[in-house]
Design a protein around this ligand. Structure first.
Ligand code: ARG
Length: 455
């Protein structure tokens, strides 16, 4: 067996060692690996560590490998320890002995740190698009449901009347923040570790700034040991995936509740429900349940990436090979969940029942506050009214002007009209609250932010 490091070995690796240590998960980094090698040899040429002609030939060879990968013709061999070994092996096969210069002034330690940074920049950009699409679905639905009023819930008990659009836009706001966090995570990936070499730099005149420029990045490492040892940029990415999955899971949980006969808020077409092998009447929201279920795995990924780093002495340790499976899993689950739950939500038809009349109780107390009554006194007066009505078996909506006058002398006969949840929404005036005016503002603001993500 031939590998990258056999020169000082008298025996080849045991089959069990090889099977246990070889990584195939990193094959998806092949484009990033080639892009990094292209920049690295460009720097070697500019620094005259190799001749300009050699750099050109190496870059041309690397571009041929890119074409090979694109054509689906690049073959990984069992003797390739990882993606870096595979691309170097193939480059030598392709262009001959000159290929043996590609790894000059480089180590797989700075190479893998770079590959992962390049990959997360690409996948992060894709996640931003998925996040923008999800937020757009929510904004579209908020527009579609118009002036429909629902109860907001606290403690899963009906609380205040709000436009359904306000409820949906709360999720759009969460995903907007997730996108902002993802942008910050991408920003921190764009620091080139090339030139750090194995951990301490090189006796060759490497120029990290040139490598960074050739990658199209402005920044490069300032400490070679940190450059090869640190994975906080990966942890940050996994955190954004986990937090977004948690937001998706909350939305999924609500969708599941809303589709129950008990809530009856929403219906989905057959294309986005699944059936039961036993009960012919069932139409289940399985996509939402799987989003909720899979979020558990991504929360696990966050625990894994944190634990992976915590006991590592400086600098590179092979443990770090495991970061890729973790971040790829988080990344894949998030992309699939955003896309599929977003597509499902786009088909939702909302038809929530009216809120219970009691959701106007706080508004009634605030009416008295407007007439100079202390809030605590107003709260007690409305509480008393609720007790009187309950004793008679009447709902809040059935309160008469007489009941109101009995509850507090400052209630006026016309106040009975305020016992309607729609009136509650119409009288809402505080900024950011659940009023139609605020919904319109939020939609406008989100649409303009979403247009920026698309650019
Ligand atoms: N496959 C390794 C990883 O993913 C690449 C770096 C290996 N470096 C080393 N010195 N063995 O982390």
């Amino acid at each position: 067996m031939s590998n990258l490091w056999g020169g000082g070995f008298t025996e080849g690796p045991d089959a069990l060692l090889w099977a246990y240590t070889v990584d195939t998960a990193d094959h998806r980094l092949i484009f990033d690996d080639l892009r990094g090698s292209w920049a690295h040899v460009g720097m070697l040429g500019e620094q005259e560590i190799i001749t300009a002609e050699e750099a050109d030939q190496l870059q041309a060879g690397i571009l041929e490998l890119v074409e090979e990968v694109e054509a689906g013709e690049f073959l990984f061999l069992e003797t390739d320890e990882d993606v870096h070994s595979a691309t170097e092996r193939r480059l030598i096969e392709k262009i001959g002995d000159l290929g043996r210069k590609v790894h000059t002034g480089r180590s797989r330690n700075d190479q893998i740190a770079l590959d992962l940074r390049l990959y997360l920049g690409r996948s992060g950009a894709a996640q931003l698009r998925h996040l923008a699409d999800m937020a757009t679905v929510l904004v579209d639905q908020a527009e579609r449901v118009g002036d429909v009023v629902v109860p907001s819930y606290t403690h899963l008990q009906q609380a205040q009347a709000v436009p359904l659009a306000h409820h949906l836009l709360a999720y759009a706001e969460m995903f907007r923040r997730d996108a902002e966090r993802m942008q910050a995570a991408i920003y921190r990936t764009q620091v080139s570790p090339l030139g750090a070499s194995a951990s301490g730099g090189s006796s060759l005149p490497l120029d990290p700034a040139t490598s960074a420029r050739l990658l199209g990045w402005r920044w490069h490492f300032t400490n070679s040991m940190d450059a090869v040892a640190s994975r906080d940029f990966v942890a940050e990415y996994v955190f954004v995936c986990a937090q977004t999955m948690v937001h998706l899971s909350r939305l999924a949980e609500e969708i599941i509740l809303w589709t129950t006969a008990e809530f009856g808020w929403v219906s989905f077409p057959d294309t986005f429900t699944t059936g039961s092998s036993a009960m012919p009447h069932k139409k289940n929201p399985d996509v939402a349940e799987l989003v909720r279920g899979r979020s558990a795995g991504v929360i696990g990924d966050l625990a894994a990436i944190m634990s992976l780093q915590k006991g590592l002495p400086m600098t590179y340790n092979r443990d770090l090979q495991e970061d890729k499976r973790i971040v790829f899993h988080a990344d894949d689950v998030l992309a699939g969940s955003l896309r599929t739950l977003g597509a499902m939500l786009a088909t939702a038809v909302f038809h929530p029942p009216a809120p219970n009349p009691e959701v106007t109780a706080l508004d009634m107390a605030e009416l008295l506050v407007g007439r100079g009554v202390a809030f605590r006194t107003a709260h007690e007066a409305v509480g008393g009214l609720l007790l009187t009505l309950a004793a008679d078996g009447r709902t809040f909506a059935e309160a008469t002007a007489f009941d109101l006058a009995n509850a507090h002398e400052l209630f006026e006969p016309g106040d009975v009209s305020r016992l309607d949840p729609i009136e509650s929404v119409l009288h809402r005036v505080s900024p950011g609250g659940g009023s139609y005016g605020e919904v319109v503002k939020q939609i406008k603001r989100l649409r303009s932010l979403l247009a920026e993500v698309g650019n």
